[in-house]
Design a protein around this ligand. Structure first.
Ligand SMILES: [Zn+2]
Length: 413
């Protein structure tokens, strides 16, 4: 790497979404993640130049959503965990369905999605490989099951690419640990924001459901299909509520159980899932409406069964919506938080249920990111995946050179 490393963000530099990083090391050009922003319509990163290999950190659409397009354009292999391959495949198929329903053109089709699956060469956590003269090592990222960080090393320097990370333990996963490196590419989603204490948050969540149920309402818990749905099921486990689970969360849960090495406790996840009732058919949904808690997708209320339930319950002030993740600007969930209304299949309607937000984030908060970065003891930090990098950059400057590149800007390291 002595001749200098060239880097370029195709997307996801100064924003949370559509990540793509091109790294040129020792004449080898790599692509790290290639995602879309699943807004309506979706937003895409810049086109990728020819690359020799793609490293995928995890199965979220803003990191993996554009890979079928890459595969359509280039004969390239993708490295990721086998679990990331499985979940990405489901997300790709689902995003094609969403595009069809919403009526917008998509940059790839089913054949490209199938081909993408076959191009993945699985790697394991803590595995070592070589790419030419570069040594690669993987580390678990603590973000969602199957997520990885990648460390690239040659004779003169080394780079750690964080992808998305969480350093705190959750019910589903153990948090990640710092890895010593010279150059750190660090995600900054929570720059300037800290999370509440997890135990207190879980208690508050259960207490709120208790309150809703005891006044005769239903607690609707929208959750992301990947990771969050299963984590919430684990938090609800043993609390004694009549819980119904609907949507893609169940499908993902079954996959996680096929890859138990990536989760903290297979036994506890299995137990949690055995305690929830699954909504198998739309007929079943009426039964769920007689229960106490409905755990369903989508997490930001942009489609999914959650809208069916909310259409039925929206006039009931005794019922409540308990949001379990950050609601991005422009989503239905954000509209619910800000205006108390929801877009139901094109028609905006008032929602009289109470609305709560619980910060069950899968990302490290500001203080945790600073701690993590310190532990890595890098000389340089490149901040990305953030729409507000300044507060984090300020704190990191105390111990490293901080670089905040824009999308489309080639920079040297
Ligand atoms: Zn992610």
């Amino acid at each position: 790497m002595s001749e200098g490393i060239k880097a370029l963000f195709l997307g996801g530099g100064s924003e949370v979404g559509k990540l793509g990083l091109v790294l040129e090391i020792d004449d080898i050009r790599l692509l790290l993640d290639y995602g879309i922003s699943p807004t309506k319509p979706p937003s895409y990163p810049l086109p990728a130049p020819p690359v020799e290999l793609t490293l995928l950190t995890h199965a979220h659409l803003d990191h993996c959503g554009m890979l079928p397009y890459l595969v359509k354009e280039q004969d390239v292999s993708i490295w990721s965990t086998d679990l990331t391959r499985e979940i990405s495949n489901i997300l790709h198929i689902d995003s094609l369905k969403v595009a069809k329903v919403e009526g917008y053109a998509y940059p790839y089709d089913k054949i490209d999605v199938r081909e993408t699956y076959h191009r993945v060469i699985p790697v394991k956590p803590f595995e070592k490989r070589s790419i030419g003269d570069i040594d690669l090592k993987t580390y678990p990222a603590g973000h969602i099951p199957g997520s990885l960080m990648y460390k690239l090393e040659d004779s003169s320097t080394n780079i750690l690419f964080s992808g998305d990370i969480n350093t705190r333990d959750t019910r589903l996963l153990l948090g990640t640990k710092p890895v010593k490196c010279d150059i750190l590419f660090l995600e900054g989603t929570y720059s300037g924001r800290d999370h509440p204490d997890r135990d207190e948050l879980e208690k508050e969540f259960i207490d709120t459901i208790e309150e809703v149920v005891s006044r005769g309402g239903i607690a609707i818990v929208p959750a992301f299909a990947v990771s969050r749905s299963q984590e919430i099921a684990m938090i609800l486990s043993g609390a004694g509520f009549d819980v119904w689970m609907d949507g893609m969360g169940e499908k993902i849960a079954k996959i996680l159980l096929r890859y138990p090495n990536y989760i903290r406790s297979e036994k506890k996840l299995r137990k949690a899932l055995s305690e929830v009732k699954l909504v198998k058919t739309s007929q079943n949904r009426k039964k769920a409406l007689k229960g106490e808690v409905i755990l369903t997708t989508s997490g930001m209320l942009d489609g999914g069964p959650v809208l069916w339930y909310l259409e039925k319950l929206r006039r009931d002030p005794k019922s409540a919506v308990l949001l379990t993740g950050y609601q991005v600007e422009g989503t239905n969930g954000r509209q619910l938080l800000d205006k108390g209304s929801l877009d139901f299949y094109g028609v905006s309607q008032k929602v009289e249920c109470q609305v709560y937000y619980f910060d069950f984030s899968a990302h490290a908060g500001h203080r945790e990111l600073v701690e993590f970065a310190k532990g890595c003891s890098p000389e340089k930090i490149i901040l990305f995946h953030s729409d507000n990098r300044k507060p984090l950059a300020e704190d990191l400057k105390d111990f490293a050179e901080v670089i905040t590149p824009e999308n489309g800007e080639v920079f040297e390291l």
